[in-house]
Ligand binder design. Structure first.
Ligand code: HGY
Ligand code: MN
Ligand code: MN
Length: 429
């Protein structure tokens, strides 16, 4: 009799293990929620312009906050304006397992960047509820504020946001200070949002790849090994406005000419050295901005990215050296103002391998790879071991209304995220 009972218990136990590591996220629920979220800031091209602190962002935040509440999370907005949902574990003295992403977008962006990781995190809570899973560790879902404007929310959580940064102007036209107030934070207390090393067992983020490797190779899951550093400057070209008709070509101090040559040099230098570094001039403003006036002043951004911070700085030095020639030949002065800096971050090898094992258990193909995009995870890596799960971006398109990830790929990512959380919950480290 005892023997039969043991076999019966073992069968139930092993069934439970098999069942638990085969839990599949709901592609339908994720698709419905991505569609619902995409209403907030929908643009005519089929994407979103849900820039941080805009009315659309505030409405989108209310939508995801309600989903979190409905999933039984204890939800709060921290002093920096991040949305945080907590689910108790069996032992709440243990550090949390944290996971999440962002829902703000770039101007003219897509419906998946950040949204897949945010809704995927909530999906994991739904799956825990449906499968009556209570983890040992408490878990926390994060929706970071203003990721696109410089990882602002995760900078606050990791304790590196500064008062000076609060005066920066965001894509919404508001200062970070005003934006933080508008989303329920308090710029006079934002430092209270900071969390310290040891608060989290780990931080995980599900995100679309935003590049084309997974899609081109037909691979389901990306195991992110590292995230590039990002450095951004505002470059000001100061020439002399003058009459476009009466000023001879050899008597001009044309700020637009200097800026145009700067763009060519940026591109040439970034391509001239081996490696994956990238450099971009993404935003430009010419003054006074009239067809019959030689531009006296141009403001243009420069952004450099690479997994190696020293290489980023050396590319910048090469561009500055080339700019001296431009100054001498155009009579236009060129100066640089730091805008934003995110250092490269490697993810935790143990967690990378948990993600790979989770994909394998779910019969999903996977590859280890770097991230060419910046993410909140690189800030969280300052205070916790981290892991990132990528899912394919169709044709590698992102930061565009044409951004697309299929419901099946979103669900695969959320299923892997849940299994990684459960593996972390049992892991001894
Ligand atoms: O710009 C980036 O890499 C990210 O999408 N914020
Ligand atoms: Mn993102
Ligand atoms: Mn982005």
């Amino acid at each position: 009799m005892k023997y039969i009972l043991t076999i019966a218990l073992l069968t139930i136990f092993s069934y439970n293990i098999i069942a638990q590591n085969q839990i599949k996220a709901s592609a339908q629920r994720l698709e419905a929620r991505i569609k619902a979220l995409s209403q907030y800031g929908a643009n005519p091209e089929g994407g979103v312009s849900r820039v941080a602190y805009s009315e659309a962002d505030i409405a989108g935040r209310a939508y995801v906050l309600q989903l979190m509440r409905d999933a039984g999370l204890e939800v709060r907005i921290d002093a920096a304006g991040n949305i945080i949902g907590k689910r108790k574990g069996k032992n709440n003295n243990l550090p949390s397992i944290a996971f999440g992403s962002h829902i703000d977008s770039v101007p003219g962006g897509g419906n998946y960047d950040g949204d897949v990781g945010s809704l995927g995190a909530i999906e994991c809570i739904e799956l825990m509820n449906e499968n009556k899973i209570v983890t040992e560790h408490p878990v926390e879902v994060f929706i970071f504020q203003n990721e696109e404007g410089g990882l602002v929310g995760s900078e606050a959580i990791s304790g590196i946001l500064t008062d000076e940064e609060l005066s920066l102007i965001s894509s919404s036209g508001k200062t970070l200070r005003q934006g933080m107030i508008d989303i329920g934070g308090d710029p006079n207390r934002f430092r209270e949002a900071a969390r310290k090393k040891g608060d989290f067992k780990a931080f995980l983020e599900l995100h679309i790849e935003q590049g084309g490797f997974l899609d081109a190779e037909g691979i389901n899951i990306g195991v992110v090994e590292g995230i590039v550093g990002i450095k951004q400057w505002m470059v000001t070209f100061q020439g002399k406005a003058n009459h476009a008709g009466t000023t001879p070509m050899d008597k001009r101090q044309d700020a637009m000419l200097a800026a145009a040559r700067f763009v060519v040099e940026t591109n040439r230098i970034a391509r001239s050295i081996p490696g994956r570094q990238v450099a971009t001039n993404g935003k430009i403003k010419a003054e006074p901005g009239a067809p019959n006036v030689i531009p006296g002043k141009v403001e243009m951004t420069l952004e450099i990215r690479d997994l190696n911070f020293e290489k980023m700085l050396s590319v910048f030095e090469m561009i500055k050296a080339a700019a001296v020639t431009i100054e001498n030949e155009t009579g236009v002065s060129i100066r640089y103002e730091n805008l934003n800096e995110d250092i490269p971050a490697v993810t935790d090898k143990r967690i990378q391998d948990m993600i790979a094992a989770a994909a394998k258990d779910l019969n999903l193909s996977y590859k280890y790879m770097p991230s060419g995009a910046g993410h909140d995870t690189q800030d969280m890596a300052r205070i916790a071991p981290t892991g990132m799960v990528f899912v394919p971006s169709k044709d590698g398109i992102s930061h565009s209304p044409k951004e697309y990830t299929s419901p099946e790929d979103m669900a695969n990512g959320a299923s892997v995220l849940l299994q990684t959380i459960l593996k972390l919950d049992k892991a001894k480290f």
